[in-house]
Design a protein around this ligand. Structure first.
Ligand code: FAD
Length: 382
C-alpha cells in the first residue's frame, strides 16, 4: 500500500540532497528512494565556475559519491537513470521499464541549458556546463586551449571569463546586450566589469550575436551578426537555463515557466511537490541556491507532518568575478537609481517612489555594504 511506500525524490542536486538530509532529521524510518540521470555525486554546483582558478577538478569537487550518500541518508539511490513517466492516479513512477509506488514524490529535476538555435558544425567543440559530468568534459578540453570563446555575458559567462583568465588562454566574450550582467545589475556596475575585463585582456564583443559556428582545423570559427569572424579552440555556451518541466508536463502537472507549486511546494497533483531550479514557487522562478534552501527547510517539515509555507527574504546574488566582485539585488519593478563611485568600487542604489530602498548593485570594494543594505530591502515573499 502507499502507506509503506517510500518518499521518492527525483534529482540529487543541491535541492534533492539537501531536502533528503533535512527531512531525515524528522523522519528516520520512512524508506527513501532517490533517482538521478547523472553519477549522483554530491557537489556544490556554484563551485563549477571558480574551479580553474582554485585548481579544482570534478574529483576534488566531489564531497561524497552516491554510495556514501545512500549510507548517510539511509536511502536507495539509482544513478544514470531517467524517470520517464509519473502516474498521478496510481502514485507510480516509471524508469528503465520498472515501476515504483510512492507515498510522496518530490521533483527536484533542476534546469537545462538553452542551446543557441544556430547552425553549428562544431558541436564537439561546443560545451555547456550545468553539472559535474559536463564540467569534467569541458575542463579536459580547456586544458590545452589557447583561445576560448564564451557566448553570453550573464552570471555564468562572466564567472567563467574570470575563472578561465587563470589558464592564460585568450578569452573572447560575446554578449547581445551593450553591457554585461544586464539582467542582474544596474548598467553602471555592468560597465565597470566591462572596463575591468578589458584591462585583463578579454576580447569583448558587446551588442553582438553569434550567428553560426563551423569547424576549422582543430578549432572553430564563429560568425557574428556584423559579419566578422572569431577563431577559437573551443566554445563555452552560457546563454541561459530553463526549468526542466518535461516529465511534469507529461504527467499533466500544471506548469508555466516552471512546475507550478504553492507556498507549501505542492504541485497541482496530490502528493507531488517540486523545488529547486525546476519549480515556480508562488509565481517566482529563481535559479539560485538561497531560495532553494528556504524551500528545503519548509518542505522537510511539510513532508514530516507539519505543513509549512516557505518565505523568501531579500536574497542578493553574488557574482564570483574575483577581479571585480559584484553583489546585486535587482529591484522587482521600475525604480529610481542613484549611482556613486566609491574608492575602488561602485554603488548603485534603487529606490521606489516612497524613497524606500528596493534594490542595489555593488561592485569592487563597495560589496562590503551588502549586509547592511540587504537588511533594508523588502522581503521577496513575506
Ligand atoms: P540540479 O543540480 O540541476 O539537479 C537536478 C537533478 O535532477 C540531477 O541530479 C539530474 O540528474 C536529475 N534529473 C533531472 N531529470 C531527471 C529525470 N527525468 N530522472 C531522473 N533524474 C533527473 N547559484 C547561486 O545561488 N550562486 C552561485 O554562485 C551560483 N553559481 C552557479 C554557477 C554555475 C556554473 C551554475 C551552472 C549554476 C550556478 N548557480 C548559482 C545556480 C545553482 O547552482 C542552482 O540553482 C542549483 O544548483 C540548482 O540545484 P537543483 O538541485 O535544483 O538542480
Amino acid at each position: 500500500s502507499s502507506h509503506d511506500a517510500p518518499l521518492i525524490i527525483i534529482g540529487t542536486g543541491l535541492a534533492g540532497y539537501n531536502l533528503a538530509r533535512e527531512w531525515r532529521k524528522y523522519d528516520q524510518s520512512t524508506p527513501l528512494l532517490m533517482l538521478t540521470q547523472d553519477s549522483g555525486r554530491s557537489y556544490s554546483k556554484p563551485m563549477l565556475s571558480t574551479a580553474f582558478s582554485k585548481n579544482k577538478t570534478a574529483e576534488s569537487l566531489t564531497m561524497a559519491d552516491a554510495g556514501k550518500m545512500a549510507e548517510q541518508l539511509k536511502a536507495t539511490i539509482h544513478t544514470f537513470v531517467s524517470v520517464d513517466a509519473i502516474d498521478t492516479e496510481q502514485r507510480v513512477i516509471q524508469f528503465d521499464g520498472q515501476q515504483l509506488n510512492y507515498r510522496d514524490l518530490v521533483i527536484a529535476a533542476g534546469s537545462e541549458t538553452i542551446n543557441l538555435p544556430i547552425e553549428n558544425s562544431a558541436a564537439e567543440k561546443t560545451f555547456a556546463v550545468n553539472d559535474l559530468e559536463q564540467f569534467s568534459a569541458f575542463q579536459l578540453a580547456a586544458e590545452s586551449a589557447q583561445r576560448i570563446l564564451i557566448i553570453g555575458g550573464g552570471l555564468i559567462g562572466c564567472e567563467y571569463t574570470n575563472d578561465l583568465l587563470s589558464t592564460g588562454a585568450k578569452i573572447s566574450l560575446v554578449e547581445l546586450q551593450p553591457t554585461l550582467l544586464s539582467n542582474l545589475c544596474h548598467q553602471s556596475v555592468g560597465d565597470a566589469l566591462v572596463s575591468r575585463f578589458t584591462e585583463e585582456g578579454v576580447d569583448l564583443h558587446l551588442g553582438s550575436a553569434v550567428t553560426a559556428i563551423r569547424a576549422n582545423n582543430n578549432g572553430v570559427i564563429a560568425t557574428l551578426n556584423d559579419g566578422s569572424e572569431l577563431t577559437a579552440d573551443l566554445v563555452l555556451s552560457a546563454v541561459g537555463v530553463r526549468a526542466r518541466t518535461e516529465l511534469a508536463r507529461g504527467a499533466g502537472l500544471k506548469c508555466q515557466r516552471g512546475i507550478i507549486v504553492d507556498r507549501e511546494l505542492r504541485s497541482s497533483a496530490a502528493n507531488i511537490y517540486a523545488l529547486g531550479d525546476c519549480a515556480e514557487v508562488d509565481g517566482q522562478l529563481l535559479y539560485y541556491v538561497m531560495p532553494l534552501m528556504q524551500c528545503v527547510r519548509a518542505l522537510a517539515k511539510t513532508l514530516s507532518g507539519t505543513p509549512t509555507a516557505v518565505s523568501y527574504p531579500a536574497m542578493p546574488v553574488t557574482i564570483k568575478t574575483s577581479c571585480f566582485p559584484i553583489v546585486s539585488n535587482p529591484p522587482s519593478s521600475s525604480a529610481h537609481w542613484e549611482v556613486e563611485q566609491t574608492d575602488g568600487g561602485i554603488k548603485a542604489l534603487a529606490y521606489d517612489k516612497t524613497k524606500s530602498l528596493v534594490g542595489f548593485s555593488l561592485g569592487g570594494s563597495a560589496i562590503a555594504d551588502k549586509a547592511a543594505l540587504a537588511k533594508q530591502l523588502p522581503k521577496v515573499m513575506a
